[in-house]
Design a protein around this ligand. Structure first.
Ligand code: AMP
Ligand code: GLY
Length: 363
């Protein structure tokens, strides 16, 4: 089988590496890829958010399956364009990706399906924002409604900072602060049935002692012992499955990876912080290090239509996998580009280096 992976991050590197190990995959492409993916896949340039370009590339390569890693191409409709070109694609339609693309929409789906989440208000004016902040009290949680590459959420006890973030966004969701350990739960879904991946925990604040700003995640590990089998079952029953059914009811069946960011409260009740339409980065790297089943089979089965996944049960390495992000100077506010990376450990079975946004120049 010929597979094309779209993206250039650490998550895509991990997906490409897992597919490269899969005997069913004969030809592997990654576009645009990075300085690490080109060790295991043929990398080709593409504007990943351009649906026509990606569909044309997939057609010219004659691939059997396209796997889309990041949210921006999904929200832009790349999966729709690939499927319209008659090629199987793993990833939700643009309409279903709105579950990540609009936090207000996600809140509506959760309310309709009775999914546990923080109480919230959608605000477009300063007066609405001020009222909502005072209703919920400190710490304040203010979320840009749209995609913001990990920078859209401000959690602060400073009311002025919360108001300023609301003023800087067109539309925000302001919500009640939830306390507890945070976990990332991923499922593969064909829109109807869902197969859970082993859960992970990521850690978002940069700098020692969690003193820096939020990032997309500075490291992650899997499994996440805080997700007991009971909590896992609750999350599937109360959050994942009702959300998938809710999307079906809206006429927007969700296929691909669904990612629920959950807060586990003191009573062991998981509550939804957000949904994403993709795998997490950096959670994917440790999760896929532990996957013993063939990734291609799982992705392929999920493109096969409703209930296709019911027959699958992925197997996992029981050992813990841990990933740490080494970021560019100045990350996340103003990362410095072009620095040489040296001193990386060699890849082997127990230790892998995943690249994000790197290029290989003269080795
Ligand atoms: P989100 O993109 O919605 O997951 O928000 C980014 C991060 O902000 C989350 O991973 C949490 O660490 C934090 N966060 C989001 N919503 C809440 C909330 N209601 N209570 C506390 N922390 C939150
Ligand atoms: N690690 C969080 C995310 O991928 O959104």
């Amino acid at each position: 089988m010929k597979v094309l992976v779209i993206g250039s991050g650490g998550r895509e590197h991990a997906i490409v590496r897992a597919l490269a190990d899969d005997p069913a995959v004969t030809d592997l492409f990654c576009a645009p890829g990075n300085g690490g993916t080109d060790d295991v896949a043929t990398c080709l340039p593409v504007v990943a958010t351009d649906p026509d370009q990606v569909a044309a590339l997939a057609t010219s390569l004659g691939v059997d399956l396209v796997v889309i890693g990041p949210e921006a191409p999904l929200v832009a409709g790349v999966a729709d364009a690939v499927r319209s070109a008659g090629i199987a694609c793993f990833g939700p339609s643009a309409k279903a990706a709105v579950l990540e693309g609009s936090k207000a929409f996600a809140k509506e789906v959760m309310a309709a399906a009775g999914v546990p989440t923080a109480r919230s208000a959608v605000c477009t004016t300063a007066a609405e924002a001020a009222t909502a902040l005072d209703d919920f009290g400190a710490p304040y949680v203010v979320k840009d409604d749209g995609l913001a590459a990990g920078k859209g959420v401000v959690v602060t006890s400073d009311r002025d900072e919360a108001l300023a973030h609301a003023a800087a966004c067109e539309r925000v969701v302001i919500e009640e602060y939830l306390d507890g350990p945070e976990v990332s739960l991923f499922v593969l879904t064909d829109g109807d049935s869902a197969l859970a991946l082993s859960p992970a925990q990521d850690f978002k604040r940069i700098n020692d002692g969690d003193e820096g700003p939020n990032t997309g995640g500075m490291g992650a590990y899997s499994p996440a012992p805080v997700v007991t089998p009971e909590i896992h079952a609750k999350a599937m029953r109360q959050i994942i499955l009702p959300t998938l059914q809710g999307m079906m009811k809206e006429g927007l069946p969700f296929t691909g990876f669904l990612y629920a960011g959950l807060m586990i409260d003191a009573q062991g009740q998981p509550k939804t912080l957000e949904f994403n339409c993709r795998l997490g980065d950096p959670e994917t790297q440790p999760i896929l290090m532990r996957l013993r089943s063939d990734l291609f089979d799982l992705l392929w089965a999920a493109t096969d239509g409703p209930q296709a996944l019911v027959a699958y049960e992925p197997s996992w390495d029981r050992r813990t996998a841990l990933g740490v992000v080494a970021a560019a100077h100045g990350y996340p506010l103003s990362p410095r580009k072009g620095d040489e990376i040296s001193g990386l450990p060699a890849d082997h079975e127990d230790c892998m280096v995943f690249h994000a946004g790197t290029t290989d120049q003269q080795g």
